[in-house]
Design a protein around this ligand. Structure first.
Ligand SMILES: Nc1nc2c(c(=O)[nH]1)N[C@H]1C(S)=C(S)[C@@H](COP(=O)(O)OP(=O)(O)OC[C@H]3O[C@@H](n4cnc5c(N)ncnc54)[C@H](O)[C@@H]3O)O[C@H]1N2
Ligand code: MOO
Length: 552
């Protein structure tokens, strides 16, 4: 299969900057990685190039004897930590690993030892995930509020001038010509009560005569003939002997003062935002101001989360060797922030048939599984994908934590991201594979590349990229730096919970002061905060009991 065929499903109608040829060229590294991920020989692998197939020697060990021997110091192992705050300096013992061991080249049909293609480099995996889908899902026209977090499928064009009439910017008087002015009352002013003048929303049809003034409120339509607005604190009203009143100003009121002219912000037909803009709360406000009741935005992908693991509990304290599910509560809102319409996570029993049935029945655009990606006795993800004849696009990534993560195409335009069960490894898989895939499906733009110097050295993995939670520090001496956080073991969430991003540490590590790429987390801006899924009461990540779909 060529690279073009591989990305060749019907497109979604937007320009795709990612179609540009990459520095790695088209076809070869991607096709080779894809072929190997599906247990086929790469199209062409020159001497010393490309991934290699090795053979498993130890039961359930994806990495064989060498991986088992190195597990205490592998990115998959947890370095010893003192109970300390997560902002303490990184522990250099935290990320060392031996090379992958040999594996059997023939794919077995059940869980356990299996051929393991050498992991795809981290940046390549992200690009494969970004290109896995041919483009965004179909655009849909929805009520304004329903488009929050989606991407505009068409430019936002002003349906009206803004402001749509000459508007008073201040409370005071509309005046015509130079002062002093004879003070009028609007025709509908009541005899009793204080003079209100022209209020916002009450269009005056009477022209203001030269030398006259009329009270006006902020936001009210300025009457024709008015040349300026005089603020209430800048004028003085004096009673006249004829019963009338006169308005005096200590300074002249230049023409146009405190009037927002019609069309100041935009003219009808002006483009306010291009197609591809993310619908934020501010965009909703702008669209409403510009006259929109609904918007056309790309549909959110429908996502399902299948949480695998007989050891997982939905509530209470860990007990009897069982632990709380940390991933269901975390992934649903995180996926929502990435643009997914996510169903209540379902726990599935560690049974191959349960996973097979769930995947075969799912109609979601994107299925996320957690756990079961390795080669243990109940790790059913790989065998089930083979049983479903899914096309594995990425099978293992050279990143710590999270290296057993995978990406597969279940059917045209339906995808599965297999996240490892260790919670921080799952976060790594989410940002490495799910985020770029979802970015394409939702037509979101990639975050601007962002690099920040490290506040402290970070030990690297000898061959793999490392993702490490960081928090920003800004001080006069060093400026903005990224502080590596502790508690970044694959099974830990304490570091990431305190983090503002994940630093991308190259193989071999990075010295203090090295500028590293930072993966932003979707919530620092906080715009998706407060989301309550339709399927769950606050604090109940699994929704109603009938939606849990399995035992806890
Ligand atoms: N022999 C080897 N064993 C393992 C290797 C290896 O290379 N050789 N890799 C390790 C790494 S690294 C990871 S990551 C895990 C991936 O395993 P799975 O994806 O199959 O995940 P599980 O075995 O189901 O679970 C791993 C771990 O995570 C806990 N877990 C699972 N789900 C949850 C959840 N929803 N909330 C909280 N914790 C969860 C589970 O109890 C296990 O402790 O494989 C290693 N093994
Ligand atoms: O260390 Mo594993 O890498 O938890 O993915």
């Amino acid at each position: 299969m060529t690279g073009r065929e591989w990305g060749g499903e019907a497109g979604g109608g937007v320009g795709r900057p990612w179609d540009e040829p990459s520095a790695e060229g088209r076809g070869d590294p991607f096709d080779d990685a894809l072929a190997l991920a599906n247990g086929r020989a790469p199209l062409r692998v020159g001497p010393g190039e490309g991934p290699k197939i090795t053979t498993v020697t130890a039961p359930y060990a994806a990495g064989g004897a060498v991986a088992a021997a190195s597990s205490a110091t592998d990115g998959g192992g947890d370095a010893p930590y003192t109970p300390d705050d997560p902002f303490a300096p990184d522990d250099p013992a935290a990320a060392r690993s031996g090379p992958s061991g040999p594996v059997d080249p023939a794919p077995p049909t059940g869980p356990g030892p299996r051929p393991t293609p050498a992991a795809v480099p981290w940046h390549t995996a992200r690009r494969l995930a970004e290109r896995a889908a041919p483009g965004p899902l179909a655009p849909e026209t929805s009520a304004l509020g329903a488009t929050l977090g989606r991407t505009l499928a068409a430019p936002l064009t002003a349906l009206t001038d803004l402001p749509s009439f000459d508007t008073s910017a201040m409370d005071g008087w509309a005046v015509a010509g130079p002062g002093p002015w004879r003070l009028d009352q609007p025709a509908d002013a009541s005899e009793a009560g204080p003079p209100s003048g022209i209020l916002a929303g009450h269009a005056s049809t009477e022209a203001l005569l030269d030398g006259h003034a009329i009270p006006i409120a902020t936001g009210a339509r300025v009457p024709s003939g008015a040349t300026a607005v005089l603020r209430s604190e800048h004028g003085e009203v004096r009673e006249l002997s004829d019963g009338g009143r006169r308005l005096y100003a200590p300074r002249p009121a230049p023409p146009g003062q405190d009037i927002r002219p019609r069309g100041q912000e935009c003219r009808r037909g002006d483009q306010l935002l291009p197609a591809g803009a993310l619908v934020t709360p501010a965009v909703l406000g702008l669209a409403a101001a510009a006259g929109y009741d609904e918007l056309t935005a790309y549909r959110r992908p429908r996502g399902e989360v299948f949480v695998l693991g007989d050891e997982l509990l939905d509530e209470g304290l860990p007990r009897d060797g069982r632990i709380r599910d940390a991933l269901g509560p975390m992934l649903a809102p995180w996926l929502h922030a990435l643009g997914v319409e996510v169903a209540a996570p379902r726990h599935l029993a560690d049974e191959a048939d349960a996973l097979y049935a769930a995947l075969a029945e799912s109609t979601a655009d994107v299925v996320i599984t957690t756990g079961g990606t390795a080669s243990g006795p109940v790790d059913h993800v790989h065998p089930t994908l083979r049983r479903l004849d899914a096309e594995v696009l990425v099978d293992g990534v050279a990143v710590r934590p999270g290296h057993p993560m995978l990406l597969a195409r279940l059917a045209p335009r339906r995808y599965l991201v297999g996240l490892p069960g260790n919670p921080l490894a799952a976060v790594s898989g989410l940002l490495t594979l799910a985020e770029p895939l979802l970015r394409t499906l939702t037509a979101r733009r990639p975050a601007a590349p962002y690099r920040t110097p490290l506040a402290a050295a970070v030990t690297g993995h000898p061959r793999d990229t490392r993702l490490i939670p960081v928090s920003y520090r800004d001080d006069e001496r060093h400026g903005l730096t990224a502080v590596p956080l502790r508690f970044h073991g694959p099974a830990m969430l304490r570091g990431i919970a305190a983090a503002e991003g994940l630093a991308v540490v190259p193989p071999g590590g990075a010295e203090r002061g090295t500028e590293l790429e930072i993966l932003e987390l979707p919530w620092p801006a906080g715009w998706s905060a407060g989301w309550t899924p339709g399927w769950a009461a606050p604090g109940d990540p699994y929704g109603p009991p009938e939606a849990t779909g399995g035992r806890a």
